[in-house]
Design a protein around this ligand. Structure first.
Ligand code: DOR
Ligand code: ZN
Length: 429
């Protein structure tokens, strides 16, 4: 059956498109884009006033499945993703058990069949994320893994990191790196400096991240393996990536909305545990540098690091609460409000950061607004004003640092392979 999406503004920098037109979809594929298209038998939706983009992709989320399903599971996480406007996400393998072999990958695949978005498979670099023994990378790659990551932990041993890179370079899959030198970070809670002094908490120094970024860029130069720096947070770390890119090394990086739009200054007392994230919120100067990186292309992708935790875990003093905040259902609204509406970036750049580059980094087929492309589409309502409330979340968890924020614009509808997963703000069951 055919589906006609009428009257939206279609934006896709990949094909130089920015105009109001209709999209005709059949069997999950875009068959025609044009003006006043004839409607064959099927469903027609009037989307005038809305914007359609290639489906948004978040390549860094935590769905806690298997092992911690009380926080989130693949189905609830995928519903949160659809509600946030995403057509595909890449859940990290720091589950229990860790996804470090093909059996784990097959489990995720079996759960993903019922998900509301595409699930991109990611396997661990080392067994149990322990940094000691290589994971079953070959088997996992044969099972469909698109990337490897020990996210949640840095790989401490430089020799092991080198072996991971050398081994992984035989597969067409990047290594996604959580850069954290434990000997420098220790039990760090908040950014080391003004925040740790003011709050009387153990500091998490910028160099604890930067030392591993620099080491991993050196090892990338040595091995030639493509690396992707996850959730970058400091101005100096960004300069290292900038220099590596200028040299032509296969290095990409990502940033989260919380590191762009929140700083260490937002943490005013030890009960704001939703602001406890890893890496920590940094200085206002770092946040300014990160926005510059988004604008100048040093930062390739915006990701959420959606990290759900239960209330009882977060309702504890800062030092005892786990790191992480949910992000899937606020990311689009935040980027629209803080970056697009302010004129810092345009829609085309937002689409590069949230749809085009994420697919490129993981070597996925591009999705374009043109005939022949798979119909993974995000529909944005740019004018709606809304307030972030956990009552609206589809996620099982509510540990957002943005509760109560007033935002303008959000995703209203999502199509995955031509099927709608969200309609007018409501996830389709
Ligand atoms: O804040 C974080 N939470 N950062 C990470 O790297 C891991 C994540 C988690 O798994 O909760
Ligand atoms: Zn991480």
């Amino acid at each position: 059956m055919a589906l006609m999406l009428k009257g939206a503004r279609l934006i896709d920098p990949q094909v130089g498109l920015d105009e109001v037109a209709d999209i005709l979809i059949r069997d999950g594929v875009i068959v025609e884009i044009g003006h006043d298209l004839e409607m064959p038998k099927g469903v027609e939706r009037d989307l005038s006033g809305k914007i359609i983009t290639p489906g948004l992709v978040d390549i860094h989320v935590h769905f806690r499945d298997p092992g911690f399903e009380e926080k989130e599971d693949i189905i609830s996480g995928s519903r949160a993703a659809a509600h946030g406007g995403f057509t595909a996400v890449c859940p990290m393998p720091n589950t229990k058990p860790v996804i470090d072999n093909a059996v784990g990958v097959e489990y995720v695949k079996s759960r993903a069949k019922d998900a509301k978005c595409r699930i991109i498979l990611c396997g661990a670099c080392t067994k149990d994320l322990a940094g000691q023994v290589l994971s079953d990378m070959g088997d996992m790659h044969a099972s469909g893994v698109k990337a490897f990551s020990d996210d949640g932990r840095g790989i401490q041993d430089a020799g092991m990191m080198r072996r991971v890179m050398e081994y992984a370079s035989q597969f067409d899959a990047p290594i996604m790196l959580h850069c954290q030198d434990d000997s420098l970070v220790g039990d760090g809670q908040v950014n080391e400096g003004a925040a740790s002094t003011r709050l009387g908490m153990i500091g998490w120094p910028a160099v604890g991240e930067e030392a591993e970024i620099e080491r991993d860029i050196l090892l990338c130069r040595l091995t030639g393996a493509p690396i992707h720096i996850q959730h970058i947070t400091t101005a100096r770390g960004l300069d290292m990536v900038r220099a590596a890119k200028a040299e032509g090394l296969p290095v990409t990086c990502e940033v989260t909305p919380h590191h762009l739009f929140l700083t260490e200054d937002d943490i005013t007392d030890q009960y704001q545990t939703s602001l406890k994230v890893n890496p920590p919120l940094r200085t206002a100067d770092d946040a300014v540098a990160l926005v510059e990186g988004v604008v100048d292309g040093t930062i390739d992708a915006i990701v959420t690091d959606h990290a759900p935790h239960t209330d009882w875990e977060k309702d504890r003093p800062f030092e005892q609460a786990p790191f992480g905040m949910v992000g899937l259902e606020t990311s689009v609204g935040l980027v629209l409000t803080k970056l697009v509406d302010t004129g810092i970036i345009d829609y085309a750049r937002m689409i590069e950061l949230m749809a085009v580059a994420p697919r490129e980094i993981l070597g996925l087929e591009p999705v374009k607004l043109e005939a022949g492309s798979v119909a993974d589409l995000t529909v944005i309502d740019p004018d709606v004003s809304w307030t972030v409330s956990r009552d609206d979340f589809y996620s099982k968890s509510g540990n957002s640092g943005f509760l109560g924020w007033s935002l303008k614009g959000r995703a209203s509808d999502v199509y995955v392979g031509g099927y709608s997963t969200m309609e007018e703000g409501v996830v389709v069951d």
